[in-house]
Design a protein around this ligand. Structure first.
Ligand SMILES: [Zn+2]
Length: 167
């Protein structure tokens, strides 16, 4: 192949977390999703704050750049990242891509969940994640019509696609 490599790369990822069974909203822990607090909603289980939307966006960006994923970069061998927020992961992933010579074009994230009802706060979530990544992020949400683990309210899934380009 003699052609120049494409200056564009896409990445896609899915992330899933179960709702915490050992804590209740009354314990002072709050659901973190799409880098927003959701007062009164059950938090998610996880090595971190369980922000499936932020994690899916991170994994899509890392995949696009060929830099592995959250597990390979921030796994159990790096305990300093234990309990890190979705915002912290996104900030670090943005830095990693920049260091590798990539700029972020845009990211889309779709949250698949019965709860929380996200519609009213989607613009806020999009704005927050856009600020963190320094690029347009669109957050959307859907339910699964009561089907599957998200439909039964056992957890939350998020799917993300990222476009990056050579800076
Ligand atoms: Zn995750």
């Amino acid at each position: 192949m003699s052609e120049m490599p494409s200056p564009f790369r896409v990445g896609h990822a899915i992330d899933v977390h179960a709702f915490a069974t050992s804590v209740s909203p009354h314990d002072g822990k709050t659901l973190m999703l799409a880098c927003l607090e959701w007062p009164g909603e059950t938090p998610l289980e996880g090595h971190s704050d369980g922000d499936a939307a932020a994690h899916a966006a991170c994994d899509a960006l890392l995949a696009a750049a060929g830099l592995g994923d959250l597990g390979t970069n921030f796994g159990t061998d790096r305990p300093e990242w234990s309990g890190a927020s979705g915002q912290a992961f996104l900030t670090e992933v943005r830095r990693m891509l920049s260091d590798a010579g990539w700029a972020i074009g845009n990211v889309t994230v779709q949250v698949i969940a019965k709860r929380p009802r996200m519609m009213k706060r989607l613009p806020e979530a999009s704005e927050k994640m856009s600020q963190i990544l320094g690029a347009p992020v669109s957050v959307s949400a859907t339910t699964t019509d009561g089907l599957g683990f998200t439909g039964r309210g056992e957890g939350i899934a998020a799917s993300a696609t990222a476009l990056i380009f050579r800076a």
